[in-house]
Design a protein around this ligand. Structure first.
Ligand code: ATR
Length: 287
């Protein structure tokens, strides 16, 4: 859909369940307003049983110019769309839907979002090593980003080893120059990965409900290691609180959130959103 002369704003939205907590409307609307575009970005609760009807309705009525997809629909939406980008099918998850002519296309901007977050640290990323904790949907996008950034080694550590193994097996063919290792959440292996990794990355949901993070041997980490989390509420989640106490440089999930939003916004509007405006709009909701 293109911008028309109509005074009615074109609608963009994020779908999920629950969705009331989403900060995507705040972030995107701030960018839309700053650029003077005629869009409105809203949150829309879609229950799992309603997902197919929702996509059909958007295809038929064209009432949305595009939309974001969050939990629990990132994986289940794939069969309902007309086209899936190669990236999204490799990651196995869609977080952004946009129009190509009359076709609804799904892609994944979480990969670009995480790359943006790491690049914003201003460090060299080539041939580095990472330890990724967790093997869910977020982990898949992050491991893909690390492979694409040219990391030499990525260890995926997960409570359920089978999920880590499946993730590594599906990603390995795409990144022949990256050694991908699957590991159980086990003290000795964690000791070694934490001690040798340049980036230690939490993708698990531990801490979201305020529960403590299992103790990690951050005191053994390299002096210049960076701890990254995908959580940004609270700004210093339990994983980063622990890493910070051991003196590690820490980055929460806000940069990844902004990075994925920026890439989605570009797909829908063809314009580059002002990152500083997006960040500033989020601040009151994060403190
Ligand atoms: P997302 O799509 O956001 O990544 P997910 O697919 O539900 O969410 O994945 C959540 C991740 O957090 C998983 O790796 C999960 O481990 P399991 O695969 O063993 O379930 C991890 N996780 C959640 N709670 C955990 C806990 N208490 N201890 C260790 N890992 C946990």
């Amino acid at each position: 859909m293109s911008q028309s002369g109509s005074t009615h704003p074109q609608l963009l939205c994020v779908i999920g369940d629950p969705i009331a907590h989403s900060l995507s409307p705040v972030m995107h609307q701030a960018a839309i307003n700053a650029l003077g575009l005629n869009y409105q970005y809203i949150a829309c609760r879609v229950l799992p049983a309603e997902l197919g009807d929702f996509v059909d309705d958007v295809r038929r009525t064209k009432r949305l110019a595009g939309f974001n997809v969050t939990l629990p629909h990132k994986e289940t939406i794939l069969p309902y769309l007309d086209e899936i980008s190669e990236l999204a099918s490799r990651v196995g998850a869609v977080n952004t839907v946009y129009w190509q002519g009359n076709r609804l296309c799904g892609t994944n901007t979480d990969v670009a979002g995480f790359s943006y977050a790491l690049e914003s640290l201003g460090k060299s990323l080539s041939r580095k090593s990472a330890c990724v904790l967790g093997a869910g949907g977020a982990s898949r996008a992050i491991v893909y980003a690390l492979g694409a950034l040219g990391f030499s080694q990525v260890a995926v550590v997960n409570r359920t080893i089978e999920k880590a193994q499946a993730l590594v097996e599906s990603m390995s063919p795409h990144f022949p120059d990256t050694t991908l290792i699957a590991s159980a959440w086990q003290h000795e292996r964690l000791d070694s990965f934490v001690a040798t990794s340049d980036f230690i990355i939490n993708t698990t949901s531990i801490g979201l409900a305020g529960e403590p993070y299992p103790t990690l041997p951050f005191h053994r980490a390299k002096a210049d290691a960076v701890a990254c989390d995908i959580i940004y509420r609270p700004l210093l989640p339990p994983f980063l609180t622990q890493a910070n106490a051991s003196g590690l440089q820490c980055q929460n999930g806000m940069a990844m959130f902004i990075g994925q939003g920026q890439a989605s916004f570009q797909l829908w509007t063809g314009q580059t959103p002002p990152v500083d405006v997006m960040e500033k709009a989020l601040v009151p909701f994060l403190s």
